[in-house]
Each structure stands twice: as structure tokens, then as C-alpha cells.
Design a protein around this ligand. Structure first.
Ligand SMILES: [Zn+2]
Length: 85
């Protein structure tokens, strides 16, 4: 549960793309789109049929879990001054 959330990164995997422990982020729960289907090619990423297999807080642990492992492409940096709670 918890498909819309923000928090602090405590660990990163081998494909961190510049993210490090301690960074603060919010998560696009439907952000793990395929990029190749007709919807994605049209820019309608929220319609990608692939997101339902990977949706954060639906198909995998989300913000109600003690920790959530999410794809890097679902992360967005929180600016200074923006609370994560
Ligand atoms: Zn797609």
C-alpha cells in the first residue's frame, strides 16, 4: 500500500543514475513505463499497459512499507524547503 509518497533514499542499486543515500525524493508510482508501446510513443505514459505489472504501491511495496525498492526512473528530487512528510 501507499502509491504516492516521498522519503529519503537509504541505499541504491548498481544503476543509481546519480542518486545516493541521503537524497530526498518523491515517487511517481506509475513511472516505470515501457517506453516502446503505442501509448508511450504517443506520450501517454499513464496508459502504458506495462505499468500495472510494476506500479509502486500496487504491484510492489509502496510508502506504507518500512522500505520500498523502486526503479530509478520513478524518482523525482525534492527541492530544498519541500517537506517529505
Ligand atoms: Zn508503454
Amino acid at each position: 500500500m501507499g502509491h504516492e509518497f516521498a522519503g529519503e533514499i537509504v541505499a541504491v542499486g548498481p544503476v543509481a543514475n546519480g542518486w545516493t543515500a541521503g537524497d530526498r525524493a518523491c515517487v511517481n508510482p506509475n513511472g516505470d513505463w515501457c517506453g516502446t508501446c503505442a501509448y508511450c510513443r504517443a506520450g501517454d505514459f499513464n496508459m502504458c499497459p506495462g505499468i500495472w505489472d510494476t506500479a509502486v504501491g500496487l504491484a510492489r511495496d509502496g510508502g506504507m512499507a518500512p522500505f520500498a525498492a523502486v526503479p530509478v526512473k520513478t524518482l523525482h528530487r525534492l527541492p530544498e524547503g519541500v517537506s517529505s512528510v
